[in-house]
Design a protein around this ligand. Structure first.
Ligand code: HAM
Length: 424
């Protein structure tokens, strides 16, 4: 039987990896510009962490988590990074050491969704979480960070959607307003939404089912019921976005699929990339109650995460840096092996890339390989040269050949390599 990768989980081969590195290094650079530091938390957490924080009636928890039992513990492979980061923030008492904490992370997440372009079962996120600042300026700065990062990747056609879910009382009032709207329409709702109606009517607004879309026509929006404080906070976010020169759309229908959000919500959508329904590059918002819910003090928080696969689709092709070219050493006789390995070792110690071809193959095959890896310098360690204590060196670009003495060959070759490759 031929084994294949699990459906919805992708191999990333070296051909593609340079574009990944480009995204990852741009993300680190931009996140660090705003004062974020990397955190790495485990891929596996207690199932209850996700059930409680993401919410029992969300799609992620109800249908998508990879959960299992081991040694008597109920565990889940993380579907997202926010809950684990907050768990670590509380567990290590970070709140007691500094008033504001900025963390970023990069890594795989796992959700058993129906695979499609831009939607996978193992996917990678890069994200930021900020603890300790109730905003609203920090909310706008977090959106600014995302826009800057996307611009660094050459992704400019992006729509920034913002909304506020309010806090405490506002959400309770909104729940009532939604119940009043949907209860008479109950029979028209999808099965999921009928089930969720009492517990979590907000989820109906986030449903992908067309029946729910029809029933949601004319539903009250959260902006109709925002409290004065929540409205002032949201106004503050908008003012700061204006000051930063960021164009945005207020989208009262934006609710997002995770239960932990309070107040500010946002999504950044690609407007031109060919991502179909998966055009949301980034999503996030405030979750001011999570730290307390995990047994910490009342510390406000806000964050976002982006799907790296989607960024790669939205990025223009050809954004990857060129692959560096090695010095190629063709070993042509047994006697040539030791001096070749010594030369390779000395060159690598200087920082040159080296490929040693010690295959039992003809010169022609080795030159073909040198060509294929794009080498310009090709060292030939053959019998007649080594008897005279020299290497023959071909310049494959200039179609020239000379000889250099074995002693000091690493210096000469390194200089040649650097003047072509290293300088690039
Ligand atoms: P999310 O909206 O579930 O939020 O995911 C954020 C982003 O991850 C999405 O916008 C999308 O780009 C990518 N993504 C999600 N699911 C998939 C998938 N199945 N395949 C490919 N890409 C996917 C969160 O995860 C929150 N933790 C964000 C956050 C951080 N909120 C506060 N802090």
């Amino acid at each position: 039987m031929k084994l294949r990768a699990v459906r919805g989980m992708n191999d990333i081969l070296p051909d593609e990896i340079r574009r990944w590195h480009r995204v990852e290094s741009a993300f680190r650079r931009v996140a660090e510009l705003y004062g974020y530091e990397e955190v790495r938390t485990p891929l596996i957490e207690d199932t209850s962490l996700f059930v409680r924080q993401i919410g029992e009636t969300t799609d992620v928890v109800e249908k998508e988590m990879y959960s299992f039992e081991r040694h008597g513990d109920r565990l889940t492979v993380r579907p997202e990074g926010t809950a684990g980061a907050a768990r670590a923030f509380v567990e290590h008492g970070t709140f007691a050491k500094e008033p504001i904490t900025r963390w970023y992370y990069l890594g795989p997440m796992f959700r058993g969704e129906r695979p499609a372009k831009g939607r996978y079962r193992q996917f990678f996120q890069c994200g930021c979480e900020l603890y300790g600042d109730p905003g609203p300026v920090s909310d706008a700065e977090m959106i600014d960070l995302q826009v800057r990062f996307l611009r660094e990747l050459g992704i400019r056609d992006v729509a920034v959607h913002v909304n506020s879910l309010g806090s405490g009382d506002t959400r309770a009032r909104y729940r009532e307003a939604l119940l009043t709207h949907f209860s008479p329409r109950r029979d028209a709702l999808s099965e999921d939404s009928q089930r969720r109606l009492e517990k979590n009517p907000l989820r109906i607004l986030d449903s992908k089912d067309p029946r729910d879309h029809a029933a949601a026509e004319g539903a009250p929006t959260i902006l109709d019921v925002l409290s004065e404080e929540d409205r002032a906070h949201f106004d503050g976010v908008k003012r700061a976005l204006d000051a930063l020169g960021i164009t945005y759309v207020v989208d009262p229908k934006l609710v997002r699929g995770l239960d932990y959000y309070t107040r500010t919500l946002f999504e950044l959508k690609a407007t031109s990339a060919d991502l179909g329904a998966q055009s949301t590059l980034s999503g996030g918002g405030r979750y001011d109650d999570m730290v307390e819910g995990l047994g910490g003090p009342k510390v406000p928080a806000i964050g976002f995460a982006m799907g790296i696969e989607r960024l790669l689709v939205a990025m223009a092709e050809g954004e990857a840096p060129a692959k560096p070219k090695p010095i190629f050493i063709a070993v042509l006789t047994d006697a040539g092996l030791a001096p070749s390995l010594r030369l390779a070792s000395a060159l690598r110690a200087r920082g040159a890339l080296v490929e040693v071809d010690s295959r039992d193959a003809r010169l022609k095959a080795k030159l073909r390989r040198a060509d294929a890896v794009g080498a310009r310098i090709c060292v030939l360690a053959g019998e007649s040269e080594l008897e005279r204590n020299v290497f023959a060196v071909k310049d494959l670009a200039a179609h020239a050949q000379d000889e250099i003495p074995v002693p000091g060959a690493d210096q000469v070759l390194f200089d040649r390599w650097q003047s072509t490759e290293g300088a690039a």
